[in-house]
Design a protein around this ligand. Structure first.
Ligand code: FAD
Ligand code: UDP
Length: 373
């Protein structure tokens, strides 16, 4: 392949939310941007598509947009309209489908009780195992709801999802899931709980339809970086791969996704996601029509099977990984003409909105820097 001779200001590696936001912002500021991805599509892990039956699915697992960040919603709203969607999840426990996050209804249905909110608070006070400090994911749950609820809802799910016991994971993992004493069955309580009206694909298409952006797909940066003489690189892939694993491999957890289409049956399950903490090899089943609002006479569901091998999907939050990441981060800080942003490059268990916020912040800095030089 020939070396590219055009005057490029910026090469962006990875066309997920991190890379695409950077590309759009810098292109809109007048820079010539090349955006590459080793996959054959843009959108990164938020990519969606119609399956062979015409049902809109997310190829890399369910992506539900929720945020409190006004700036992020304002920014993305340039590229999409939204539909409201409040995510609800049930967990299959002791033969019942019970609300998760654990709330008043969960406790009453699981134990056959009829507690009011004060009663549930008192119940948690009796069963909880106070822990100080809250260092691990086990500490967080035991401290809030005690051993029985921990074992029924969290221990099995976490072991499956991460291949680690909750006691081996940082507190931040299970801290993502609140505990409630009221009847609120929503998974998130963010101010904005919305989905792109025509899907993520259409959102990315509009975001990247700028004359200053050139896109090349199916390109592996590590093999072909010599082709792109640029003033600056923004890298959004795994940070350890960028440095050729010089300090050792950072663990990333992967998943295998298995789809099933059920024809002529409008619904498979009552809510978007059902978690299976204690049965099966998979962690959860997503039924996409709940998330997307699509109408279709049939339905498509997706099961998620966690595994170590394969695409890096999740950084694994635990102290030794954080230490290793910091070796890479220090090395990255000395790369003057390369910036690192995104879930894989920053080794952060980021949601989409956090990635967009981080990319917007970096874009402002880069526009400044490139305009000065
Ligand atoms: P990515 O989307 O991973 O994009 C990185 C891109 O870089 C990829 O396309 C990759 O192919 C490319 N790349 C990497 N290395 C190279 C290379 N060397 N050369 C060329 N290209 C390269 N967030 C939410 O807010 N809500 C959710 O409900 C939600 N659910 C999720 C469910 C699952 C199963 C997963 C895995 C994640 C979920 N997330 C969710 C998180 C969300 O996916 C991320 O926050 C977001 O997509 C990260 O964007 P990114 O651009 O940092 O990374
Ligand atoms: N979790 C659990 N049981 C559940 C839901 C979540 O043990 O029913 C734990 C598990 O460790 C999981 C983490 O909480 O990985 C975060 O859950 P979340 O739904 O945020 O995971 P994601 O959607 O990012 O995979």
């Amino acid at each position: 392949m020939k070396s590219i001779n055009a005057k490029l200001d910026l090469l962006v590696v990875g066309a997920g939310f991190a890379g695409s936001v950077i590309a759009e912002r810098l292109a809109s500021a007048g820079m010539q941007v090349m955006l590459i991805d080793r996959r054959e599509h843009v959108g990164g892990n938020a990519f969606d598509e119609l399956d062979e039956h015409g049902v809109l699915i997310h190829r890399y697992g369910p992506h539900i947009f929720h945020t409190n960040a006004h700036r992020v919603v304002e920014y993305l709203s340039q590229f999409t309209e939204w539909i409201p969607y409040e995510h609800r999840v049930l967990a299959h426990v002791d033969g019942q489908l019970l609300p998760i996050p654990i709330n008043r209804l969960t406790v009453n249905r699981l134990y056959g009780l009829n507690l009011d909110e004060a009663g549930v608070r008192a119940f948690f006070d009796v069963v909880r195992e106070p822990r100080e400090p809250l260092s691990t994911s086990e500490d967080v749950v035991l401290n809030a709801v005690g051993r029985d609820l921990y074992e029924k809802f969290f221990r099995g799910y976490t072991r499956k999802q991460w291949g680690l016991d909750p006691s081996e994971l940082s507190a931040s993992v299970t801290s993502r899931i609140p505990v409630r004493i009221n009847d609120d069955c929503r998974y998130f309580t963010d101010e904005f709980q919305i989905m792109p009206k025509e899907g993520y694909g259409a959102l990315f298409e509009r975001m990247l339809a700028h004359p200053n952006i050139t896109i090349e797909l199916g390109v592996e940066f590590m093999a072909e970086k010599w082709r792109y003489p640029v003033r600056h690189v923004v890298y959004t892939g795994p940070i350890d791969a960028y440095f050729n694993y010089c300090f050792g491999r950072l663990p990333y957890r992967s998943l295998r996704f298995e789809c099933e289409h059920i024809a002529n049956r409008p619904w498979f399950q009552p809510v978007g996601v059902v978690n299976y903490p204690n049965d099966h090899q998979f962690t959860r089943i997503t039924e996409y029509k709940h998330l997307t609002g699509q109408s279709h006479p049939g339905t498509t569901i997706m099961r998620e099977y966690p595994q170590n091998e394969g695409e890096p999907y999740y950084p694994v939050p635990r102290p030794e990984n954080e230490t290793l990441y910091h070796c890479y981060k220090s090395r990255a800080e000395s790369e003057e003409n390369t910036s690192f942003v995104g879930r894989l490059a920053q080794y952060r268990y980021y949601n989409m909105d956090q990635v967009v916020a981080a990319a917007l912040k970096l874009a402002d800095k880069l526009i400044d820097k490139l305009n000065r030089n």
